[in-house]
Design a protein around this ligand. Structure first.
Ligand SMILES: CCCCCCCC/C=C\CCCCCCCC(=O)SCCNC(=O)CCNC(=O)[C@H](O)C(C)(C)COP(=O)(O)OP(=O)(O)OC[C@H]1O[C@@H](n2cnc3c(N)ncnc32)[C@H](O)[C@@H]1OP(=O)(O)O
Ligand SMILES: NC(=O)C1=CN([C@@H]2O[C@H](COP(=O)(O)OP(=O)(O)OC[C@H]3O[C@@H](n4cnc5c(N)ncnc54)[C@H](OP(=O)(O)O)[C@@H]3O)[C@@H](O)[C@H]2O)C=CC1
Length: 516
């Protein structure tokens, strides 16, 4: 009998960020593993011209809900969308909705955030820090709340090399920053952002660090836990192996490498690639929700949800597994044959960027222009370089996260829960996981059918022949130019030709003698 599943049955759960990558997996697992959950309230904003209702209806059609749709066809009846905007005072929730939440909610999972590294500081503060503060304010008034689970990131304290499961001093006093963004002009905030960030690499990690501190300061009597996942990757098993729906973290890089666009990456082969499958992070989150509500630990627990200390995996290995998967299972319409390499040398990287990224992009765009089409490769390459610059902070260093609370939680699960909410990352086989991740990116992100693999292989063969033809032509042209310009090169060339001709005549003569 599963204690975790049983706990959620009959409960009213509130999820923020339910339309996002992790939020969807959380909602799906909750509805599938605890089919008698009373209701799942989700805070949703209208977006891109779609009303909240339209967004939720579209979301529920997603592939990620196929399994729960099969197991519990009426699962959608449990979902109660609430119009909300986390950057607004009182989260822009109507008085009526607020009343409902205050009387009903038993557990809150706070996943909403902006995860963009280049988010302007003002917006990142408003959403990640101030939004968390406002949600806490709401949670403090909830009459039946048993647990509040906040999703942070393992990199919130990335300025430290060893990260324990504790709250560290914040980069700045949050209240002072909130005052600042209230009256300071946005352009001035942009100007002083690097100074404010100090050692923090981006506004994302900075504001996530602030939100952890805010929680500690303002939790009051709430029963809170903080989950810190590292780089969240495609799912390991649930709802489907390899399920992924966004280009964040490593996903966009895998695809760019598989398409043959990305050839060089700044990364340290020996640094730990701390990746955690999304279903593992969600299993831990649900188990932590149960533990927080039922065992009510005296102190707020922080769970580092990482793999490096338990089952380490390195960027160099990731390169091998990704390349080998895409060579065996190519993506359709690749730009070039997949062949990406990691280097930690800035100059070598710049060289390959010029030779293998920019030069082919310029040639391709020229070809597109000549054939009357819109050039686009240089734009893609520039976007890729921007992401690589933002990601390299994470791919060139290693961190040590302690995982005592993760182990402690596992020891509290019964045998059935250990299976149902598996977050034992010792069982992860990285080569198999990365293969399934790459295939998932192909299927779920690019909507490519596995039946198209023979055609994709044929396309790669065509690309190889084009490369051979191009290289041979280039060599001949270079040689001709060289010959035309240098007397010495001409002399060597004629000497070689004469020697070849002499050898050839001699062979003929030998042949004649033998046969006569
Ligand atoms: C051979 C393999 C070797 C592997 C080596 C790997 C090296 C290291 C790699 C990775 C380390 C990762 C370390 C992460 C650690 C932290 C973890 C966490 O705690 S948080 C979660 C993470 N959060 C992010 O990952 C946000 C990063 N993304 C951003 O900040 C932005 O998206 C940014 C600046 C990278 C791009 O911004 P824009 O404005 O240029 O583009 P936009 O608006 O995001 O997207 C435009 C379109 O391009 C697609 N796109 C975005 N990134 C793409 C990409 N990399 N490749 C292809 N398409 C991409 C999008 O889906 C979008 O498509 P449409 O217009 O909607 O159709
Ligand atoms: N993905 C990763 O690698 C990692 C993620 N995390 C953390 O996990 C959590 C979830 O991340 P992930 O699912 O990847 O992120 P996504 O970007 O996929 O999802 C973000 C969610 O937040 C919602 N949201 C954004 N702005 C607002 C707003 N103003 N008002 C209401 N809702 C809003 C989004 O809604 P909408 O659909 O309307 O935009 C979306 O549902 C975050 O807290 C993140 O910091 C931690 C470590 C790694």
């Amino acid at each position: 009998m599963s204690s975790v599943s049983a706990y959620y049955n009959g409960k009213n759960v509130l999820i923020t960020g339910a339309t996002g990558f992790m939020g969807k997996v959380l909602m799906e697992k909750l509805l599938r593993s605890s089919p008698d959950v009373k209701a799942v309230y989700i805070l949703v904003r209208p977006k891109a011209g779609q009303s909240m209702q339209e967004r939720v209806a579209n979301m529920l059609k997603c592939k990620v809900f196929d399994r729960v749709r099969e197991d519990c066809p009426n699962f959608h009846e449990k979902i109660k969308p609430i119009n909300a905007e986390l950057t607004q005072p009182k989260l822009a929730i109507s008085a009526e909705d607020e009343e409902e939440l205050l009387t009903r909610i038993n557990i809150v999972f706070h996943c909403a955030a902006t995860v963009r590294f280049d988010e302007p500081l003002k917006h990142a503060l408003q959403l990640n820090a101030l939004g968390t503060q406002r949600l806490l304010e709401l949670a403090r008034q909830m009459q039946n709340l048993e647990a509040f689970i906040h999703i942070s990131t393992a990199y919130a304290n990335c300025i430290r090399k060893c990260i324990d499961e504790i709250i560290y001093p914040p980069p700045a006093e949050p209240k002072k920053l909130f005052d600042l963004i209230e009256w300071l002009d946005e352009s001035i905030i942009e100007d002083i952002t690097p100074k404010l960030l100090g050692d923090w690499p981006n506004t994302y990690t900075y504001t996530k660090a602030l939100s952890e501190y805010l929680i500690q300061q303002e939790k009051g009597n709430l029963n809170i836990a903080i989950i810190r996942p590292s780089i969240v990757g495609a799912s390991w098993h649930e709802p489907f192996p390899g399920w992924i729906d966004n280009f964040n973290g490593t996903s966009g890089i895998f695809i760019a490498a598989g398409k043959g666009i990305l050839r060089t990456v700044i990364a340290n082969n020996e640094a730990v690639a701390d990746m955690i499958p999304v279903d593992v992070a969600i299993n831990l989150t649900l188990a932590a929700g149960w533990y927080t509500a039922v065992h009510r630990p005296k102190n707020m627990l922080v769970y580092n949800c990482t793999t490096g200390g338990i089952n380490p995996f390195f960027w160099g290995e990731m390169e091998q597994y990704v390349m080998s998967t895409f060579k065996r299972n190519p993506l359709e319409q690749a730009f070039r044959t997949p062949n990406a390499h990691l280097t930690s040398n800035y100059l070598i990287n710049q060289y390959w960027i010029t030779v293998s990224h920019k030069a082919p992009a310029i040639l391709y765009d020229l070809y597109m222009r000549l054939t009357g089409r819109k050039p686009r490769m240089m734009k893609i390459i520039n976007r890729l370089h921007k992401s690589m610059t933002l990601l390299q902070y994470f791919s060139t260093q290693s961190w040590d996260w302690s995982s005592e609370n993760m182990n402690m939680l596992m020891s509290h699960l019964n045998t059935e829960d250990k299976k149902l909410y598996n977050f034992d990352v010792r069982q992860l086989h990285w080569s198999e996981y990365i293969e399934s991740y790459c295939l998932g990116a192909k299927k779920y992100l690019l909507n490519e059918d596995m039946a198209g693999i023979p055609a994709a292989k044929q396309h790669l063969r065509k690309l190889r022949n084009i490369r051979y033809a191009f290289n041979t032509t280039l060599l001949v042209i270079i040689w001709r130019i060289f010959i035309a310009r240098s007397q010495m090169a001409r002399n060597i060339w004629y000497f070689v030709l004469r020697k070849e001709a002499k050898d050839f005549l001699m062979l003929m003569a030998i042949g004649d003698t033998c046969f006569t």
